[in-house]
Write a protein that binds this ligand. Structure first.
Ligand code: NI
Length: 161
């Protein structure tokens, strides 16, 4: 595994639409392994391939001690609403309140090309939506309703994606 460089919101690659994965090969596995290492180093709860400059539809999430790799993920069901603070490893120094579905169901493929479904609620739902948005060139700041300004900078509980 190797650390990859995270790119930031001034980089136009983050605004591009990522391409579907067609080959489930060693290159994909290397990307997934590198993304995991990069996310852990950044203390994030999720990461999308465009955040490391790779325009492929690949995301990882790490919520509630559950680590997931999702290739070509697609939200097939979304319901309810939640309003929570989000941050992003690619957006430095800003976090803020966004509306997201409370529950989502996502169809995706694992690293070997085997299809699976995952349903998530609360933070997992937020994280899945946030990462899939990255694949479509969207950042949470696009839908942010209000910036979150912690009184104590050291007490910022929000998680980075
Ligand atoms: Ni993000």
């Amino acid at each position: 595994m190797a650390l990859r460089n995270i790119i930031y919101s001034d980089n136009e690659l983050l605004r591009k639409i990522s391409k579907p994965v067609v080959e489930y090969n060693e290159r994909l596995w290397q990307l997934l392994d590198d993304m995991k290492e990069t996310m852990i180093k950044g203390d994030g709860v999720g990461l999308a391939a465009p955040q490391v400059g790779v325009l492929k539809r690949v995301v990882i999430v790490d919520v509630n001690n559950m680590f997931l790799e999702l290739v070509n993920p697609e939200i097939i069901k979304a319901e309810g609403n939640q309003y929570n603070v989000e941050g992003c490893l690619s957006v430095k120094g800003i976090s803020g309140y966004c509306n997201r579905p409370l529950n989502v169901t996502v169809k995706a493929f694992d690293r070997f090309g085997k299809p699976f479904m995952i349903s998530g609620t609360d933070l997992l739902a937020v994280c899945l939506c946030h990462e899939i948005d990255h694949l479509n060139g969207k950042l949470f700041t696009d839908i942010m309703v209000e910036e979150y300004k912690p009184k104590n900078k050291n007490n910022n509980q929000n998680s980075k994606k």
